[in-house]
Design a protein around this ligand. Structure first.
Ligand code: PFF
Length: 451
């Protein structure tokens, strides 16, 4: 029988899984959501969800994945004793492939902006940058080509396998990403007036918090930890028997949150220092920010030029470590279920994601008719996954582990066969049985206006 691939080292496993978690969710979505939802109060609620829901949710997916050592659909089948739980795995595979499609559109924009920064094409006043973005994103060929190109780049890593592809690249990319981030944070915090941005990030004002903010923070926490997508389950299927699941989940959640907060520290001090309000939403990074860099470093244009290149390189790298994980979920599924070679399975995912990428890209550009409920398809895909499918996947995983799976088998996975974390087991089960599902239900009901 052919040996299943696995991560070769502990650091490799943590960096690869953190690479999945750390992505545009941290450096693009988290800052614009924080900007839109009032700053520090949003961050506090977000961290609350990471601890109460994120860590137990991650451990649950790890348990399912490592126990089965197989793709997500089969993994949910294993602990369930014949009930149709495998569809939770399938749901995750569908969600992650949809995300791969629209996420690559934004990743493609990052690459375009990286190129434009090197060429000095995005130097100009606010109006100019806005026009630049509009012209670029509403053209047909370039955004589509960059998006599909990004999926193909991901494909090239995936076909090399888990250890030689995913793990090796993550070990190189994650430290580089962290270094780039630190350089920009230091430069941004040294600007005159930067303290206002720091205060925005750390001084909470709870008067703006309502049910909508709660759901946004919940969606962001799930998206950022790659929860409910079967991604963690698929990666855990490559973990070794002695990997401490609770430690790994806590480490990854910590790295992910740290990077999100650092991304805030990179953007808000610079924005406030030039008097720009960071509440512009998704376009924050592509319309507001180029101008922020220019104005903030007006007296040192070379520093501004370099910062802008480093910034878009950082975004592209962060996106790549995440798209790799989204791609792997589907590839592992096709490879193991259809028995097709890994290379061919990867093509299936690449082609499906590319179709979603084309639809998403055109919907926010050249073909606005591609819309549903008055929203461009790209926003529909984003909302559908982050605010519905992922929390639903997380919810069902908790119900599955808490109420249906064999308690003995869950215990053996959680404690690595009686060796670690025995003291936390009861608390963990209490969380996945009651606390996490109830929280998710409340947030949904509130959003539906039923509370
Ligand atoms: N966690 C990633 C981010 O924050 O950008 C996004 C993501 C990765 C979502 C992998 C889903 C997934 F399966």
């Amino acid at each position: 029988m052919h040996m299943r691939d696995s991560f070769g080292s502990k650091i490799g496993l943590v960096l690869a899984t953190a690479g999945s978690a750390v992505g545009l969710g941290n450096v693009w979505r988290f800052p614009f959501m924080t900007g839109q939802h009032g700053g520090a109060a949003f961050i506090i609620i977000y961290i609350f969800f990471i601890i109460l829901l994120g860590i137990p949710g991650m451990v649950s997916e790890f348990i399912v994945g490592r126990h089965a050592a197989s793709n997500a659909a089969r993994a949910y089948d294993r602990l369930s004793r014949g009930k149709p739980w495998k569809y939770v795995g399938v749901l995750g595979i569908v969600s992650s492939t949809i995300i791969l499609g629209f996420y690559s559109v934004v990743a493609g924009w990052c690459v375009q902006y990286l190129y434009a920064s090197v060429e000095g094409e995005i130097l100009g006043d606010a109006q100019y940058v806005q026009n630049y973005f509009q012209v670029f994103s509403s053209s047909i060929a370039r955004p589509v080509a960059f998006g599909i190109g990004f999926i193909f780049l991901t494909h090239l890593v995936i076909v090399r396998g888990v250890r030689k592809g995913i793990e090796r690249f993550s070990k190189m990319m994650m430290p580089t990403l962290f270094l780039l981030l630190l350089i920009i944070v230091v430069a941004s915090c040294m600007l005159p007036g930067a303290v206002d941005g720091i205060a925005f990030l750390f001084m909470p004002d709870f008067s703006k918090v309502d049910g909508h903010v709660l759901l946004a923070a919940l969606g962001q926490a799930f998206f950022s930890l790659s929860l409910g997508t079967a991604c963690l389950c698929t990666y855990a299927s490559y973990f070794k028997r002695d990997t401490n699941l609770v430690h790994s989940a806590a480490q990854i959640a910590l790295i992910d949150t740290l990077i999100a907060v650092l991304a805030g520290l990179m953007i808000f001090p610079a924005a406030f220092s030039v008097g720009i309000n960071p509440d512009s939403g998704p376009s924050l990074i592509f319309i507001t920010l180029p101008n922020v860099f220019q104005k903030a470093f007006a007296s040192m244009p070379l520093v501004g030029y370099v910062m802008s290149i480093l910034f878009y390189a950082l975004l592209a790298l962060a996106a790549l470590t995440s798209t790799i994980s989204m791609h792997e979920i589907g590839t592992a599924f096709f490879h193991e279920e259809l028995k097709s070679p890994r290379r061919v399975s990867a093509w299936f995912v690449t082609i499906i994601a590319s179709v979603i990428c084309v639809v998403s890209s055109l919907s926010v550009g050249a073909v606005p008719e591609l819309s549903l409920f008055g929203m461009p398809m790209m926003d529909c895909f984003d909302r559908l996954t982050a605010q519905l499918l992922l929390p639903l996947g997380g919810f069902l995983t908790c119900i599955y582990i808490g109420w249906y799976a064999s308690r003995q088998e869950v215990y053996m996975e959680f404690t690595n066969d009686h060796k670690v974390n025995r003291a936390f087991f009861k608390t963990y089960i209490f969380f996945v049985k009651f606390v996490c599902p109830t929280l998710i239900i409340f947030i949904f009901l509130d959003q539906l206006g039923l509370l």
